[in-house]
Design a protein around this ligand. Structure first.
Ligand SMILES: [Zn+2]
Length: 146
């Protein structure tokens, strides 16, 4: 999961990452009440394991691009197929990256001013042009193993 995240970030222009974590948890729906990075340590996550609701095991990917700020959290239940998980990661990590690039498209859509958008193309999570739907490339390179 972490490798997928790193690959997605690399494709989204290799932003400076303050913290990137992938944490397996018994319940991805548990309430995250503290996800600020601590000095000298990786992004720290705390969960309320008593949070009511359906307990769904999975992985929480936390990304922070700002050393002093909070980041975002992607919830990936184990029940999610790998290709869907990659798509969700790309979508949410890209959103976080775009917030930090001040309008700079990441990753750029060749010949256009907008960024490429993650979408499913023939069952493969891919970067596509949001305007004409043109397939640019798969999000994970062929043969990539996470
Ligand atoms: Zn385009």
């Amino acid at each position: 999961m972490r490798k997928w995240s790193e690959e997605v970030l690399r494709q989204a222009g290799n932003p400076h990452v303050a913290a990137l974590t992938a944490t397996a948890t018994e319940n991805v729906n548990s309430f995250v009440f503290d996800m600020g990075p601590r000095p000298g340590s990786a992004l720290e996550l705390e969960f309320d394991s008593t949070y009511p609701g359906c307990g769904e095991p999975g992985v929480l990917v936390g990304l922070s691009l700002d050393p002093g700020g909070v980041g975002s959290m992607v919830r990936l239940p184990d029940s999610l197929p790998d290709s869907e998980a990659v798509l969700m990661l790309a979508d949410q990590l890209q959103e976080e990256v775009l917030e930090s690039t001040r309008g700079e498209p990441a990753p750029p859509c060749p010949g256009h001013v907008h960024p490429a958008k993650p979408d499913m193309a023939g069952g493969v999570p891919s970067w596509v042009c949001p305007r004409d739907g043109k397939l640019l490339r798969s999000i994970l390179p062929p043969g990539f193993t996470g």
